[in-house]
Unconditional design. Structure first.
Length: 268
């Protein structure tokens, strides 16, 4: 498993080198994009939303199930928030950053940040404890989601906003570079979606520091590796926001729960 690759600095627009790197590999990593103060502000905002959702016994947002778990101290926590940008100005305002808007160049004309499409801004809170419900995620591509939506495969990138500093033993995002160019047949059947957690000899470990930003093509094979450490040292938080093109398909409180979302329990 490789952990060394080129990282870049995020500006208001992308350089030719950055666009070429993404085109070849299907991902790109920007270092030190957010300050430590901004990272802490985001975490505190998520905790405020968490408190309200637990208090209100929220089960779904716009049809997307909310994943709850138990923290290391025995308290209930939200481990996967959907559309969290709709529930705190800290995160909705973050998406107005001109640098994030500049990342839309990676898709092309008419691209947008999916603030009210797919699952919106997703906030993942992983912790490897005895009662955690969210510690890893098996191999998958995000193209499968478009099929479940009943449409054709549209361009979709995942903008990752990393709130934790990771080492290989902390687990985290693993990708297979270049697989964004694979055939539809390969995308559907190369691996067993979400069930297969086995390392791949071609995978790369994305090792961010808190405040880093990544983008990866949704057609890449990727997984979330479980931390090999337990307790507080295993805690990691990351946000993903879809960058999309194609037909505008917003979701609302009346949106149905998709078939594959009913099996979210297989993600432990």
């Amino acid at each position: 498993m490789a952990t060394a690759y080129t990282t870049f600095t995020l500006g208001n627009s992308l350089t030719t080198e950055q666009k070429a790197f993404f085109e070849e590999h299907g991902f790109i990593h920007f270092s030190n994009a957010l300050t430590s103060a901004t990272v802490q502000q985001i975490i505190e905002a998520s905790e405020q939303v968490q408190q309200k959702w637990i208090s209100d016994n929220v089960e779904k947002i716009n049809g997307v199930p909310i994943k709850y778990g138990i923290d290391l101290n025995g308290n209930k926590i939200v481990q996967r928030f959907a559309f969290i940008n709709k529930h705190t100005p800290v995160l909705s305002d973050l998406l107005n950053d001109e640098r994030l808007q500049g990342l839309l160049e990676l898709i092309g004309p008419d691209a947008r940040i999916g603030v009210d499409e797919k699952d919106g801004m997703v906030f993942n809170h992983y912790v490897n404890g005895p009662e955690s419900k969210f510690t890893k995620m098996g191999w998958h591509t995000d193209g499968l989601r478009d099929i479940f939506y009943g449409g054709r495969l549209n361009p979709m990138l995942n903008l990752g906003i990393h709130l934790s500093t990771l080492q290989p033993e902390n687990g985290g995002l693993r990708i297979i570079p270049g697989t964004h160019k694979q055939s539809l047949l390969s995308m559907l059947f190369k691996k067993r979606y979400f069930i297969d957690h086995r390392p791949d000899k071609k995978e790369i470990a994305i090792m961010p520091k808190a405040g880093d930003i990544t983008v990866h093509d949704g057609r890449l094979w990727h997984r979330v590796a479980q931390s090999s450490v337990v307790g507080e040292a295993s805690r990691r938080r990351v946000i993903y926001v879809p960058l999309i093109a194609g037909k505008y398909e917003p979701k609302n409180e009346k949106s149905p729960t998709l078939f594959y979302q009913r099996f979210a329990g297989i993600v432990k």
